[in-house]
Design a protein around this ligand. Structure first.
Ligand code: NAP
Length: 251
């Protein structure tokens, strides 16, 4: 039987990048997926390409939109087994030069977004004994120049994952996080010029030295699929690192 046969899944930020790869792989593994993005065009295109059950868009910074999108997904799917909190943004700036408004914005997307989505989804997940996969980052484990506020948001998301997992354990709902290194998406493309200017090292060389190769969105989707599946029923409160050994190495 396919790994995710019959699972009813809602994925934020799934019009592009890692979210799109998760939506595609989950569908290939038997899940029924509702796609969601702030960009309605990309969500529509992704849903058509991978045969989604439906589209329920939201900007994760707007709690009302998130609640409405989760409700719409539940109506499309007849319930909810898996929430994937994937939507996220980066800000490239030396930490203490970043504007307070921009600091608030990245927290609104990367921390408050998953928080309100978890709250909206939890009654449905409890009913289904489902689970949540939060897309965090190795930036939540170690610091990186230029990514100070991003690192702080991803550390916060790992902590939300742990606490939600422990609090929800009696209900049977599992909550886990995935922590990728640099992966081949538009987000990383946007970061390359600033990283090269700051390090004076070609980004490809940095990646080769630190993590062997750039991750693919599919690498991340594989781990998300495992965590969302019934093969992972004893796994909760965990964060899974996939980074080609970057965080394992002192040099
Ligand atoms: P991406 O290529 O920028 O795609 C992110 C998607 O989320 C886009 O479709 C984006 O729409 C959407 N989005 C942005 N703000 C949103 C909002 N407020 N509400 C709903 N959707 C929103 O990024 P990615 O690289 O796939 O990243 C996906 C997740 O993985 C993020 O949480 C990121 O932090 C995490 N991550 C990425 C990497 C990496 O190396 N790429 C590594 C570790 C963790 P627009 O394009 O219209 O903004």
């Amino acid at each position: 039987m396919p790994e995710l046969e019959g699972k009813r899944v809602f994925i934020t930020g799934s019009g592009a990048g890692i979210g799109k790869a998760i939506a595609t792989l989950f569908t290939q593994r038997g899940a029924r997926v509702v796609v969601s993005d702030i960009d309605a065009d990309s969500a529509k295109q992704t849903a058509e390409e991978m045969g989604a059950v439906g589209v329920a868009n939201c900007d994760v910074t707007d709690e009302g939109q998130v609640q409405a999108a989760v409700q719409q997904a539940v109506e499309f799917l007849g319930g909810l087994d898996v929430l994937v909190n994937n939507a996220g943004i980066e800000v490239s700036s030396p930490l203490l030069q970043q504007s307070t408004e921009s600091f608030d914005t990245i927290f609104a997307v990367n921390v408050r977004g998953p928080f309100v989505a978890m709250k909206a989804a939890i009654p449905h997940l409890v009913a289904a004994k489902g689970n949540i996969v939060n897309i965090a980052s190795i930036a939540g484990i170690g610091g990186s120049p230029l990514l100070g506020s991003y690192c702080a948001t991803k550390a916060a998301l790992i902590q939300l994952t742990r606490v939600a997992a422990v609090e929800m354990r009696p209900t049977g709902v599992r909550v886990n996080a995935v922590c990728p290194g640099f992966a081949d998406t538009a987000m990383v493309e946007r970061l390359v010029p600033d990283f090269e200017a700051a390090t004076q090292i070609p980004f490809g060389d940095l990646v080769a030295m630190k993590q062997g190769r750039l991750g693919t969105p599919q690498d991340i989707a594989e781990v998300a699929a495992f965590l969302a599946s019934d093969r992972a029923t004893w796994i909760t409160g965990s964060h899974y690192v996939l980074d080609g050994g970057l965080t394992a190495s002192l040099v």
